[in-house]
Design a protein around this ligand. Sequence first.
Ligand code: SF4
Length: 502
Amino acid sequence: MGRTYAIRTFGCQMNEHDSERIAGLLESDGYQRASVLEEADVMVLNTCCIRENADNKLYGALGRLKAVKAERPDALIAVAGCLAQKDRELVRERAGHVDVVFGTHNVHRAAELVDHARRHGPVVEILAETVREDAEAFPSALPARREAEHSAWVTIQIGCDNSCTFCIVPAVRGPEISRPFGELVDEVRDLAAGGVSEVTLLGQNVNSYGRDLALSRRGSANGNGASAAGDDAWWCGSDWLSDRRARPLFADLLRAVGEIDGIRRVRFTSPHPKDLRPETIAAMAEVPAVCEHLHLPLQSGSDAVLRAMQRGYTAERYLARLRAAREAVDDLAVSTDIIVGFPGETEEDFVQTLEVAAEARYDSAFTFIFSPRPGTAAAEMIDRFVPHDVSVDRYERLRRVIERSSRLANEARVGRVEEVVVEGPSKKDPSVTTGRTRRNTLVHFGSPPGGVPPTGTYARVEIAAAAANFLQGALVDIEAPRAAASQASSGRRLIPVAVAAT
Ligand code: SF4
């Protein structure tokens, strides 16, 4: 066996997607994946400073790897991601046994930097920003080693132009840069040709997709850039050009991607509530491939707290957009993110969050107790920090409200037949199959006689029971495995089965 690598990922979906790219780059460079981090020749820690305790987790893991490095000095340790971007030289100051440090703007250099460290010793390379012209800087433009062959993430935009006071993303990922429309459509077409049937469009604020492209195009038109022909080639692949709008909308992208032969599920994360446009809702309602699931981060139900967070909407505006989405999109599932205990949050503020959460009837929610991220404005609001025991109490009360609506939403599915895409065997019982509905709900069901079907198989499952976080059911039929590219959504062959509900 040649040289090996392993990656531990600490963060969000964007971060996990970066890890896929780092894996793809290292594999293109001849490395093979090791299953145990400590046994690999290259040990990569891909960090994320959005999640709580990122520093502790990273430096704790590096502390444990110190003994490995002492035993195998030729093995390399690399630290990547948001925390590396933020801490820069500090990573090597605190952990001198680290060989490579690179940030969020130069993921595409992972293999080169590892090679450099092997030949010349430790290297720290943190770029201040992504260079637009450097197409490789976009994670999706790099080779990837996907975890599931039927499903792929596609980065449509990196960075963020907002300034939510609790969030470190603008500081570590930089301003928004959108990928050219035609390039994205081509990428999804290639993925579909390779057997992918489900794509998730990724961006920090997908609804502002294209805003920067308009500015850049205007720059080109003023004589700073490409010729008209070259410029249009860069933008190609959409109808929006013909109707003379200034830029492509996210809705145009949903429509273009949803029409690609072989793509049966389109998901996206996340739209900012202030930028959720009627066009996006219309595209969700009208494009069959776009899944009936909207992740719409609320963060707080109090207007005072939303102002302090600099979120740019009120609770009423948020609810109005949610109502519009529910009215337009049949059977829509809604999930959210909520922070409790933001600096200055009063009991009255929190009760407003409970009220909005109850009215929103979420199918699921990621709830967090506020924890200050160094480098953000909220981290400076020390005199307004909410005592931890108060936050814990609020967190528990919110959890109960969310759990109630999740349970009710799931119970309403009992008796229905749902389309489920198989993810693999259940973690608790490997004889049981687990998959996801279009509404992104986890479903466990009895496997067919041949055992758990291959990951990515489409099945229909009759729902027999519901809990707050998952459904259980009985398999009705499964589709014959799909040959890459050739099988569009029509003409599917169904294999009926009869098995008991789990
Ligand atoms: S929209 Fe706000 S929370 Fe989301 S990435 Fe941008 S700054 Fe952070």
